[in-house]
Design a binder for this molecule. Sequence first.
Ligand SMILES: Cc1cc2nc3c(=O)[nH]c(=O)nc-3n(C[C@H](O)[C@H](O)[C@H](O)COP(=O)(O)O)c2cc1C
Ligand SMILES: Nc1ncnc2c1ncn2[C@@H]1O[C@H](COP(=O)(O)OP(=O)(O)OP(=O)(O)O)[C@@H](O)[C@H]1O
Length: 191
Amino acid sequence: MRIHHNHPPNLPSSVVAIGAFDGVHRGHQRVISQAVKRSKKYNVPTVVYTFDPSPRSYFQGARILTTIEKKIEHIQRLGVDHVVIARFDETYINRTPASFIDELTNISPLEIHVGRDFRFGKNRSGDVDLLAEHFQLQLTESVCCPGGTIISSTRIRNLLSQGNIQEATFLLGWSSSNFVSQDFAYQSNPS
Ligand SMILES: Cc1cc2nc3c(=O)[nH]c(=O)nc-3n(C[C@H](O)[C@H](O)[C@H](O)COP(=O)(O)O)c2cc1C
Ligand SMILES: Nc1ncnc2c1ncn2[C@@H]1O[C@H](COP(=O)(O)OP(=O)(O)OP(=O)(O)O)[C@@H](O)[C@H]1O
């Protein structure tokens, strides 16, 4: 897998998945795996476009589930060809939706895979309807817990803070021993 910092490569065609993907949990895995499956069908590379730091950590100071290195490792395991890591800083957050859309045209997406709630651009002003005016969108069905709640990084963070490692690990879909960041590992197992 090739790693691109800040700027996507120029590609003649691709299938793209976009998101913060903190934890690369079961919901994220579905978004990315569906992109990989479709890229194989088209015989074009899969690109995952993600952010460092994650927007939730930047805006709300949320503790991360995965370091950027771990995130890359898990994305690679899903069979992705290229990962773009955009530095999420003051300059970046002020970009307009149009500027983000322009950037995506460099990778010539045949399809873009995101969840229904995906937002982008300054003040979260871009949504899936706007993206669909420019690209073929594939909206991933939400992956839920057995109880019916949608899996999210926030939910997993809360479970870990409460010490509920078993459920957090299940929602992550990876082994927590080599997955959860040191901060959480320490908090959940202080001995
Ligand atoms: C160019 C760009 C600018 C963004 N600016 C903001 C912003 O001003 N405020 C904000 O809360 N999020 C901003 N975001 C983050 C998005 O709201 C969102 O978190 C990000 O696209 C990842 O999607 P996800 O949270 O569904 O994974 C921006 C994203 C992009 C791509
Ligand atoms: N449970 C899920 N099922 C399907 N798609 C999901 C799921 N959770 C997130 N996604 C999608 O994956 C992409 C990345 O999502 P994001 O990183 O914001 O995850 P999140 O779990 O909602 O995080 P947070 O709780 O921090 O907001 C987005 O397009 C989002 O819609």
